[in-house]
Design a protein around this ligand. Structure first.
Ligand SMILES: C[S@@+](CC[C@H](N)C(=O)[O-])C[C@H]1O[C@@H](n2cnc3c(N)ncnc32)[C@H](O)[C@@H]1O
Length: 266
């Protein structure tokens, strides 16, 4: 079986960028495909099966089981949120905000990308909490792969049921669930395959922020907080911060120039 024919067949099923991603996941690099004279029948068969799954709406990362984030490669599985590129910008801000020796709390760690990037690049320690058992399993595996497992305490819990954890930390960072419930059924079909608890932000998308700044305010006083949010929620979020009389806040833009992150001194 010849490599070019395989590539063409994959492109016909999923388009060229996803075909390249599938090939890379198999061979490590697209150029390694061209170095082969022929492709093993089993590999051919497996790649076509994966391409068909993607064409049927399965997220690419659930098929390749990998996602690049901040220059690191992370293991991903169905049942775990797939990290987005915007969140790399959240991590860039977080790396500037956290000082040496400070302890972080990553709420809703998912595959662990925020906590692991912070520990890996800044050498800091912290807590990573997620309500999903699968996420904590995958995040621990990723932390081990990147050599930072002993720097991060992973906890499977609803963070609002363990308020003591807020007291232990200096810096809180999160990319929480923030999609308004009525939007959930309009999401693209691949996004719909991601876990609902990672997406569902309640009626107006602001449930998480209310729990943090209303129910948990006394626990997070004096802490630095950095959060991602949906740009269309900016007004509601600002209203909440003003109403709760937080000490100081500022909205920050992503690379597309859209306000997507907020830094708060509580
Ligand atoms: C949007 S995902 C973000 C995952 C990861 N931080 C990232 O950026 O790729 C939100 C995560 O929060 C978790 N989560 C939702 N509510 C939670 C809660 N009350 N306590 C802890 N984790 C929660 C979900 O399971 C999910 O993994």
């Amino acid at each position: 079986m010849n490599p070019r024919a395989l590539f063409v067949e994959l492109i016909q099923i999923v388009g060229s960028s996803k075909a390249k991603a599938l090939i890379t996941s198999e061979f490590g690099d697209i150029s390694r495909l061209w170095m082969r004279d022929r492709i093993d029948e089993q590999i051919w068969f497996d790649l076509l099966a994966k391409a068909r799954k993607v064409a049927e709406g399965e997220p690419l990362e659930y098929v390749t089981k990998r996602r690049e984030f901040m220059g690191l490669s992370f293991h991903i599985e169905p049942g775990v949120f797939i990290p987005r590129h915007e969140t790399e910008e959240l991590v860039e801000y977080a790396m500037d905000m956290i000082n040496e020796g400070e302890i972080f709390l990553d709420i809703g760690t998912g595959s662990g990308v925020i906590a692991i990037s912070l520990s890996y690049y800044r050498g800091v320690r912290g807590y990573a909490v997620d309500i999903s058992r699968k996420s904590i399993e995958v995040a621990k595996k990723n932390a081990e792969e990147h050599g930072v497992l002993e720097r991060i305490t992973f906890i499977e819990a609803d963070v609002f049921s363990i308020p003591w954890v807020f007291k232990e930390v200096d810096f809180i960072v999160s990319n929480p669930p923030y999609i308004p419930r009525s939007f959930l059924r309009k999401l693209p079909r691949d996004v719909k395959r991601e876990p609902t608890e990672a997406l569902d932000g309640g009626e107006d998308g602001l449930d998480f922020y209310r729990k943090l700044f209303v129910d948990s305010l006394d626990f997070i006083r004096g802490k630095k907080v950095l959060l991602e949010f949906a740009p269309y929620e900016r007004t509601g979020l600002e209203r909440l911060l003003v109403f709760r009389e937080v000490e100081w806040y500022r909205f920050m833009r992503d690379l597309a120039g859209v306000e997507r992150f907020v830094e708060v001194l509580v």
